[in-house]
Ligand binder design. Structure first.
Ligand SMILES: Nc1ncnc2c1ncn2[C@@H]1O[C@H](COP(=O)(O)OP(=O)(O)OP(=O)(O)O)[C@@H](O)[C@H]1O
Length: 267
């Protein structure tokens, strides 16, 4: 059920802790995402970013604390009903796509898990939509290729088209620009910026290591270090050299050029 006139919380983490092999991968993470927000998750290798996204995608339950996803509490909801409402692009999911699958089918099959859709003309409509989404990501020319023949950057674009195929209420992008050359990265950052600035787009959470990859139109940032939130809030106030330095454990200089950022060591 859509939440009409309610709080509209997309994600609501209350002291979420994940313990594996006696280690706290996440330690009392408290965080909220509302409709219309576009979040960046920044943090060094091993900080727990992907673990956070697995909870947000209803793929993992907290060891302790409460996680609500699209107004449903994990542990009390059928995750098989919840997952189709979430679009996710991640390296873990990409590795499960068969190499010999046609790109158009990679995108279209995302919708097969969605129940309750109008079945008539289902195939034609969905194939048309898949091509539109590939075009939105600059990958329409790849529609008849097999996934295994694509470059790293091309695979990322196809995965994002696939994540959008279910018309999700939450879009999760885990390092979407990793492995891309400069031109490819800039093109994808621009396209993600266009999605971020579309008022009809879902709430978005994007994980990255680099402030250079923050697309225009993103509203908020959460910085994570060793499983704990360093700081979270609106980008304009929160994305500072000081907060970045505390997150990455070194003095940093942060430059802003319009709606793009760049960081480097201060020493
Ligand atoms: N099942 C597990 N048992 C023990 N440790 C684990 C397990 N799964 C993940 N980890 C560890 O948890 C930490 C957080 O992992 P996670 O993948 O969430 O980090 P990340 O911030 O996404 O890192 P990266 O930027 O390198 O992708 C890492 O140190 C990882 O080795």
């Amino acid at each position: 059920m859509a939440n009409l006139g309610g709080m509209g919380d997309v994600l609501d983490f209350d002291e979420v802790t994940i313990v594996r092999s006696g280690r706290k991968l996440l330690d009392k993470v408290t965080w909220g995402v509302d409709e219309g927000e576009r979040w960046i998750i920044l943090g060094p290798n091993g900080a727990g970013k992907t673990t956070m996204m697995q909870i947000a995608a209803a793929q993992m339950h907290p060891t302790s604390g409460v996680a609500r996803v699209l107004d449903e509490q994990l542990g009390k909801v059928d995750v098989f009903e919840l997952r189709p409402r979430i679009g996710i692009a991640s390296a873990a999911l990409a590795s499960r796509i068969p190499n010999d699958e046609r790109v158009g089918d990679v995108v279209v099959t995302a919708s097969y898990g969605v129940v309750g859709r109008w079945r008539e003309s289902y195939d034609d409509l969905d194939h048309g939509r898949a091509v539109e989404l590939l075009d939105l990501m600059g990958a329409a020319h790849l529609v008849d290729r097999t996934f295994g023949t694509l470059s790293e950057g091309e695979r990322k674009r196809v995965q994002i088209a696939r994540a959008l195929m279910v018309d999700p209420e939450l879009l999760i992008l885990d390092e979407p620009t990793a492995g891309m050359d400069l031109g490819g990265r800039e093109d994808l950052v621009r396209r993600l910026g266009e999605i971020a600035q579309d008022v009809y787009a879902p709430a978005i959470v994007m994980v990255t290591h680099h402030v250079e990859e923050i697309p225009p139109g993103f509203t908020d940032v959460l910085m994570l270090r060793e499983g704990s939130v360093v700081v979270a809030g609106q980008i304009d106030e929160t994305l500072t050299a000081e907060n970045l330095g505390a997150t990455f454990g070194m003095p940093l200089v942060l430059d802003r050029h319009g709606d793009r950022y760049a960081a480097r060591s201060a020493t």
